[in-house]
Design a protein around this ligand. Structure first.
Ligand code: M6R
Length: 604
């Protein structure tokens, strides 16, 4: 959600802090700020909005110091103002925070009689005040941070810096990730390896409840019980942290165009010889049902996979959004495989749902794009989706690679359950192997998709329809449209249209129908006719056979190459992504960092 960086360096740290914040901006961009200790004195600079505003401020008001912390904010408590921007300060303490302090009101009440009154709307300021209060009572920074952290409820990653201490940062992790970076006589703390990559490839991940006392000589770590803890140092592949647009205007287009390559990589990993290959532990004869949980785009990949697990592997499959699952506390029957899907591997709701399933389900499996993430580490087994780093807030290649791995998993399950013979299995995998090429052909339709987007851009609302597994694709298409273009978009199962939403149909509402020429196509066309009979404006996304039989009366048809049943939801994600992208371009919105969003959602 928010991004954190800290540096104990040997020269001026402000430029390094800003460079790292640039790499963390995907986590939030409501405001940014840095603080340093210079000659024992704390000072800070903060600016509302994107990092560029902080950079501009630093040009005119530079900040000196060899020790500093920085933050990029996704606002939770308090509007995006300079006063609410991190770092927050109180007395000798300054702090940056990712997460939510749930008991901050109670803590404010505890501090008020001591004359410590908040000057911001944030929960974070309370942390600085509390720590300063303990220091005023005689504690040194280490004891004060331990006492402070013990008082906090909620989920957080915290990084403290103190006046008079230019060789000390204290980091605390509970619920939100933090990593320590080891340099040569320098030390770093960051939200993730991406932030630390320009400085070091030697990383130590903090565990839940850890507090790290970091000096230039190294990091001393204590665990949740206060006992000294040893945490392994890992070497991170810097290649996996390279962030550049490779000549594209936006990260989103770059990532859309990477899909043929990364999908082929996932196929090569999980179906190297034309048959699914997964670790032995993933033995579907042990499971009678599957429960799948995720948020956002990951939820729609789960919804797609539900059709596959049920239709192909004949395994009952339940799907839920993590924020509901975690509090619904559903009974989990014996012989259940629980699958958690998350690009970042840090989504707070998904992590909490995973913890609920741990010990209840027979196995907790995760599909992640970040192998070192909390979700990966807390699963019985984590499968990498191999999409490569995804920077654009709107997920694209992670979605299609989630689908690819899930499709292969469903085939693996079908083989174990005996619901498919080897011939059928191979045919499905051949269909999947054809997709990277079909993706390339689809990407070549860019100008047609842009033209369709041009007609959607003025509309106040867009309706997407799909049937069967394409219903999930329609939902994902609507999510992309909302996120990027800020146009209200909804998706319905096309058969459900007549049960209410048909009342919305008039010439001003574009209706995008996503329908390959499959066994349900004629049924979808009937629903399309119902829309057109009411002067609805239908844009049909289909293949040549579909276009031939249903072009008449539509406002436009986008003709994709023909794809197999298992392949179609993966392929049809591309025009959905490009449609949202071009609509957003036409509207002039911020493509890679849409308003109010963040890439990694580590709060509830
Ligand atoms: O990192 P995760 O896959 O767990 O994130 C889940 C959602 O926050 C994410 O998919 C979100 O919906 C994207 N912005 C969609 O484009």
């Amino acid at each position: 959600m928010c991004g954190i960086i800290g540096v104990l360096g040997n020269h001026e740290v402000a430029p390094l802090l800003v460079e790292s914040l640039k790499r963390l901006e995907y986590r939030g961009y409501d405001s940014a700020g840095i603080a340093t200790v210079n000659g024992g004195k704390l000072d800070r600079r903060r600016a509302v909005g994107k990092l560029v505003h902080l950079s501009d401020l630093l040009v005119h008001h530079p900040l000196a110091g060899h020790a500093g912390i920085g933050h990029t904010r996704w606002a939770t408590h308090g509007a995006a103002t300079e006063n609410n921007a991190h770092p927050h300060a109180s007395g000798p303490v300054t702090v940056v925070h990712n997460g939510i302090i749930e008991n901050f009101r109670a803590l404010r009440e505890k501090l008020a009689p001591h004359g410590l009154l908040p000057s911001t709307d944030t929960d974070t300021e309370t942390v600085a005040m509390l720590c300063a209060h303990y220091m005023a009572g005689g504690m040194d920074p280490r004891a004060a941070v331990q006492a402070t952290v013990a008082d906090l409820d909620g989920a957080f990653a915290l990084l403290f810096l103190f006046s008079g201490e230019d060789d000390l940062m204290i980091a605390a992790r509970k619920g939100s990730p933090l990593a320590i970076g080891h340099g040569d006589g320098e030390m770093f703390v960051g939200s993730d390896a991406i932030a630390l990559a320009p400085m070091t490839d030697q990383i130590t991940y903090l565990e839940e409840g850890d507090i790290a006392f970091v000096t230039r000589a190294g990091a001393e770590i204590i665990d949740a019980c206060g006992a000294p803890a040893r945490r392994a140092k890992q070497r991170i592949e810097t290649q996996s942290t390279v962030i550049d647009k490779a000549g594209h205007k936006h990260f989103m287009t770059k990532e859309i165009h990477e899909q043929p390559v990364v999908m082929a990589e996932a196929l090569a990993r999980y179906a190297p010889n034309g048959m699914p290959v997964f670790p032995d532990a993933l033995d579907f004869t042990r499971f009678d049902r599957v429960v799948m949980v995720a948020c956002g785009t990951g939820f729609y990949s789960c919804l797609t996979a539900k059709y596959w697990f049920e239709q192909i592997a004949r395994i009952p499959c339940e799907v839920d959004v993590a924020s509901e699952f975690r509090y619904r506390e559903p009974p989990i029957a014996p012989r259940t495989l629980a699958i958690f899907v998350s690009q970042s591997g840090e989504t707070a709701d998904t992590l909490a749902a995973l913890r609920y399933a741990t010990g209840r389900a027979d196995m907790v499996l995760s599909l992640v794009n970040v192998g070192t993430s909390s979700i990966a580490r807390e699963s019985d087994l984590a499968l990498a989706i191999l999409a490569g780093i995804e920077v654009s807030v709107a997920s694209t290649k992670a979605y299609t690679n989630q689908l690819t791995v899930l499709a292969l998993l469903a085939l693996h399950a079908a083989r174990a359950k005996g619901s498919l013979d080897n011939g059928a299995l191979r045919a499905h995998i051949e269909d999947l192997r054809a997709v990277p090429d079909l993706m390339r052909q689809t990407l070549a339709l860019d100008s047609q998709i842009a033209a369709m987007a041009g007609t959607l851009a003025p509309a106040p609302s867009v309706l997407f329809l799909g049937r069967g597994v394409m219903f999930a694709t329609a939902l994902e298409a609507a999510l992309k449209m909302k996120e990027l273009s800020y146009i209200h978009a909804e998706a319905y199962a096309s058969g459900e249209l007549k049960h209410g939403p048909i009342a919305l149909i008039d010439p001003s509402l574009p209706v995008v129908v996503i329908a390959p020429h499959d066994r349900l196509f004629d049924k979808t066309v009937s629903n399309m006719q119902e829309v057109m009979a009411r002067h609805g404006r239908v844009h049909l996304i289909t293949d040549a056979a579909g276009a031939k039989s249903a072009r008449a009366g539509t406002a436009g048809v986008l003709e994709l190459p023909a794809a197999g049943d298992l392949a179609a939801p993966i392929l049809y994600a591309l025009p959905a992504q490009l449609l949202a992208y071009h609509t957003a371009m036409a509207k002039g919105t911020d493509i890679d960092q849409p308003r109010n969003l963040a890439k990694s959602v580590t709060v509830e």
